[in-house]
Write a protein that binds this ligand. Sequence first.
Ligand SMILES: Nc1ncnc2c1ncn2[C@@H]1O[C@H](COP(=O)(O)OP(=O)(O)OP(=O)(O)O)[C@@H](O)[C@H]1O
Ligand code: SF4
Ligand SMILES: [Mg+2]
Length: 384
Amino acid sequence: MAKNQDGYLSAKESRRISKENRRITDQYEKRRKRRNVPESEYTTQMKDPANAVEFDNLHTYFFTDTGVVKSVDGVSFEVPIGKTVGVVGESGCGKSVTSLSLMQLLQRPQGQIVEGAIRLNLGNDKAYDIAKTPADKMQGLRGNYISMIFQEPMTSLNPVFRIGAQIDEVIALHEGEGKTKEDIKKRTIEMLEMVGIANSEGVYAMYPHELSGGMRQRVMIAMALACNPKIIIADEPTTALDVTIQAQILDLLRSLKDRINSSIMLITHDLGVIAEMADYVVVMYAGRVVEKGTVEEIFAHPSHPYTIGLMASKPVVGKKVDRLYSIPGKVPNPVDMPNYCYFKDRCELQLPCCSGEYPCEISLSPTHKVSCYRYYEENRKAGE
Ligand SMILES: Nc1ncnc2c1ncn2[C@@H]1O[C@H](COP(=O)(O)OP(=O)(O)OP(=O)(O)O)[C@@H](O)[C@H]1O
Ligand code: SF4
Ligand SMILES: [Mg+2]
């Protein structure tokens, strides 16, 4: 039986929620699946043409039988062209849902973008709002403009097809026009070599289960980069790998990025990876961005109590501690978010004013922003 926050939902209540959800999601789906939508409906303008993607007040909800899960609840940040943006945050804070919203790969019909915009820079002064782009247009954008490296290569590769056939298919679909089968195979072999697979001809004819984890991850990267995408989303690309392979994969990603001047949105729990790879950092908590800034700002001056806790919980070589710090408490239920700061129930630095409505974003520098009442207070004192 479905469970709500206080106990169990009655079958009647659950049916009522499902029916209501179906009514709402049907409307979104109908809109998304329309054909021949005039381009003007989803054409937009980048706020800054130096950005590859701009998330602007994005709200992505899942309409589940136990209620509406507000997975992403007002997220705004930019990914500049040629830069790497690291996205960090506790498990379940909406990192993957944010990136899946950009790919339009949310689990449908439950998952829907209900508010906000995702502006994708197509170059030549042209941009699309992905939140409004119809499904049939997305096919041409995925692979060519945006590509995703998934966390678990074994679940993303098809176990019954050979590696070569799977990469060939991607190239044929996106760049196949005018190319013969041999041309496509040549390009696949090139890609396998580019990601550092020595026995490329051999691997071309292998099945995913015949490869090691690191090789499968390289194949995923080859597939994601086969069409020179402008934006690469790497969702925990190295979590399943040992540290030496992890370092190789990160190096590879960095050099490929520089070669094709793409932008990377790097999602990870690993602050070490962020420090090494990212130019900018976005810290998410419970579906919101709580702090963002350049990598130097976030590491040298973490300002939100959650970021401060996150930094304190990472081990430091040479520093002896009995026990690593862990942030007390747990994330609020996404079906029933509080109407005050989402971090308040766990915050050890809270102030009397923190019971007010959710804090808005304060600028600590042109690039460093934080949503926390502590900085209201400082700003107020500074103004006194
Ligand atoms: N298909 C779905 N149906 C219902 N809720 C979902 C679905 N997918 C994600 N969610 C919810 O959305 C929230 C954000 O999930 P998301 O996968 O983005 O987390 P994450 O930050 O990527 O976590 P992790 O670090 O563990 O990968 C979670 O509360 C999750 O339960
Ligand atoms: S607003 Fe208050 S409760 Fe929230 S993180 Fe800042 S200090 Fe803590
Ligand atoms: Mg995730």
